[in-house]
Design a protein around this ligand. Sequence first.
Ligand code: ADP
Length: 281
Amino acid sequence: MPATSRPAADLSAAPVAGLDAYRVPAEPYYRAVGDEVDLYEAAYSVRLPVMLKGPTGCGKTRFVEYMAWKLGRPLITVACNEDMTASDLVGRYLLDASGTRWQDGPLAMAARLGAICYLDEVVEARQDTTVAIHPLTDARRILPLEKKGEIIQAHPDFQLVISYNPGYQSLMKDLKQSTKQRFAALDFHYPEHEIEAEIVAHESGAGLDVAKNLVHIAERSRNLKGHGLDEGLSTRMLIYAGSLIAQGVAPLGACRMALVRPITDDPDMRDALDAAVTTYF
Ligand code: ADP
């Protein structure tokens, strides 16, 4: 497990005494690919809400972990899903032996205590959750806890960050303009060949030559996006394959297991990807 992994915010857990559990303990490895670090710092300095846009597995989460470490802020990450409601983010009353007590959700906790709150794939969550974040993203920087009858004035250090994969969304499931227009955005792509190979080698422990071949295979798959594949192979998948190879698994088997099999069930597409793998291994 990478040194940067921390518990995701868990609503069923006992209230967290402070934000120490969410501090990024050591510098995460992040290979900058452009001016994103400077731009993010500028955005944070004026507490602009930031949207990280890009395909899955291309470095958005790692980037926000790195920025939280660099800025010395705790990071509360929430992986959004379709069952998530506003209460999951904001908080709710819980029943215990002594009656009911209020439990702040991760967003309320971050706003109260001054963390960076990262809502990963926010578009997956129900519409009411995106509406709940609106008052935090404008000049008011407030979070109304309607059920509790309290309005949290966000801590001066609080910042909201969301991620968004523009390729994924159907028209039914897109962020509304009224949400989009509350964020500054940074575009993320898979890094260019040499940099991606460097990242894959670093993270997987595979040699640079192996990593370069994996990136070649990924580039082939990315050309198939929209021609039978919904998404190309991500940097994350290349790291999985590299890790297997570094463990001594034969490259062909490693690539089948970590790259080809997970990404498609279509026999023709599997053949095409298998062919790309045998070109390079
Ligand atoms: P996303 O949040 O975009 O889905 P992640 O941030 O989880 O993707 O990236 C997947 C993995 O790829 C990370 O765990 C990290 O190992 C690696 N990675 C991708 N881009 C970079 C980068 N620029 N620097 C360091 N590691 C990276």
